[in-house]
Write a protein that binds this ligand. Sequence first.
Ligand code: ATR
Length: 274
Amino acid sequence: KKLYGVIGDPIAHSMSPVMHNDLFSFYNIDAHYFPFKVSERNLRETVLGFKAIGAGGFNVTIPHKTRVMDCLDRIDPLAESIGAVNTVVAENGELTGYNTDGPGFVRGLEEQLSDLTGKKTLIIGAGGAAKGIYYSLAKAGVNEIDICNRTLIKAEEMASACPFDVNSTILEPNSAELKMGEYELVIQTTSIGMSPKTGVTPLSLDRLQPGSFVSDIIYNPSATAFLAEAISKGAGVQNGLDMFVYQGALAFEKWTGIFPDTVRMKNNVMNQLG
Ligand code: ATR
């Protein structure tokens, strides 16, 4: 059996093992995917261990997505620009790092919206997740993407380091609220909605136009207060489940050459969520 896995800390609640093991058996691939709890101190040894034993590859999750890059032989250019790797492929004794989070978000969004390119877009947040999404959307040809973040300097740095052509205005939450009527697509990337304190949102959607589309990268809870507000305004919505499923599908494709059945994956993850 070929070994695959995910490294992170914490790792016990990762839904990736069940998702990938189901795909391995569904496609008759002789492989198994394990979760590994890895501390920062043991990161390099773990990565070298995967290489030494001839593993097929692995996923990387919090808190190792950036630091793992130093332990790899090659980094894909998009992952390099994002500064984070979530998927490693082992081939001919060499480890290559990719980022499938941002591209996975875009693939999941394309399932909901036929043409992204002309959409006037707002991204809320400027952390690691936002950066992957912003660069991947810009790479896919979305060329009007404003960024709203509590800390403006982080949004400015994210925009100025983007290697793809895109027009962006950096906004404070108050200014983004005033411009909300202009956006056809709003993407929430902060962790605010995960808080058990219900009702907390990064900004008001009061001026959102009906018929716009709002995506939140959180999937547990399945509808954040932010998405509930978007629905009340007549917007189409999507939670973070598609991003999770498509980042996994793109990783699986890199390892096996098969782009898997994403409906099957989504059902599997929803069963795990209960
Ligand atoms: P990730 O890698 O998951 O995106 P991160 O890099 O810590 O996480 O980024 C978190 C994002 O959520 C940032 O945009 C952060 O805003 P700041 O840059 O101003 O810190 C945003 N965020 C987190 N908690 C927030 C809160 N209570 N209110 C507003 N924004 C918040």
